[in-house]
Design a protein around this ligand. Sequence first.
Ligand code: 4AD
Ligand code: MG
Length: 473
Amino acid sequence: MDYFKRSRIKALLTEGKEKNDVMILGWVRTKRVSKNVAFLEINDGSGLKNIQVVIEATDIEKFNLSSINTGASVKIMGNLVKSLGKGQSVEMQPTTIELLGSAPEDYPLQKKRHSNEFLREIAHLRPRTNLFGVINRFRSKMAYAVHSFFQGQGFYYAHTPIITANDAEGAGETFQVTTLNLQKLLNADPKKGNGIIDYSQDFFASPTNLSVSGQLEAEILATALGDVYTFGPTFRAEKSNTTRHLSEFWMIEPEMAFADLQTDAKMAEMFLKYLAQYALDNCQEEMELFNKFVDKTHTRILTLENIVKSDFETVTYTDAVKILENAKKKFEFPVKWGIDLQSEHERYLTENHFKKPVAVIDYPKDIKAFYMRLNDDEKTVAAMDVLVPQVGEIIGGSQREDRYDYLERAMIKNNIPMDNEHGLGWYLELRKHGSVPHAGFGLGFARLLMYFSGVSNVRDIIPFPRTPKNARF
Ligand code: 4AD
Ligand code: MG
């Protein structure tokens, strides 16, 4: 089996040793043929660097190089020798070159700079570019770091449902899940029960949707296992066509029993610091590329070092509003106590005022979700948003309302159905059975990766973005 016999290019280049009878499997990045010699640059996805295959002029015909274009897949056997050229430790002298899958002359990824907009149109090929290879490997490594942080802190990884009957955030931005032929129902004879959908006929016998957050179920598990975290896809039918919003995104949601808002903020800070240190220690190749080619100010590595070094700021919403009111900057959306902070406000706070990550806490209760714990002032709730330069809100969290009567009141006020069959009766009932203070937060994985890499459009940080009017690939 070639699969187990081949060497990965990253390993060969890292080792940098001369070696005979090596097999590589990969794709041709470039081919250069001159009178005396030809070069193939091969990449197999294991890392950013290509291996250079050097072919003597006399062998060009033997290897049938004219049939091997950029983009083709090949199996190459040969010997590794010290390279005289710059930029690589060893290069390969082939003994055989086998074309596995050919590519046409007009293969879309020729050696030149392509715009990210163009590459979005060919998302089936873009992972083969340097930038998107690095982004996808970075994603994988940072996902591993997420698990290693929480496992190290004694948290259990929880799987919360993707199909659910609740809209955890209560924002009404859910994607419906149904097996009913809605079109048929809508076209049905108006005299026969027009327009009213009988969900008892539907698959789950109740309206269901894709989950916007695993939090409510994570609370169940936290009040049994103590500390849990989720890491899974969430779905929001927000019509926001921005550079920071996806309709399908991966979220990490820790939930901690016996924790208050201060603990929550501390855990969020420890988590971000751990992730920054992890990227510095384990993703050098990726961070160097981001620093050099993605971040125009070349300060990505510095930014991560600063996250690790300096303490985050905490400011109450009320004080944040005062800062914004006194700001010299003219905002598009005027600021007064009670408004939901817009992205321009968030970015002013973190980029211009504090110049580092900042946790804004204690928001007005009317602009936050029903489940947040009411503060003693009865006007604000124990909420927390962590804001970072460039991205704005990266984390949203809160201490949860753990008092039965307070939660019941909030649910009534927010029109949250409380029956046990289809509504959130079970969520309220949790507060009857050994209720404890508990808190948690959600980190948007895409936003984290944007912050660390400097990639400015969320469509480029996830391999296959879902956004309004786009579910291609
Ligand atoms: O602030 P959000 O809506 O909070 C929750 O969902 C809570 N249930 C979390 C919790 O306490 N367990 O979302 C959390 C984070 C945001 O701060 C943001 O980073 C990200 O999820 N996020 C999105 N990322 C990409 N596209 C979207 N449309 C996003 N909406 C939220
Ligand atoms: Mg939020």
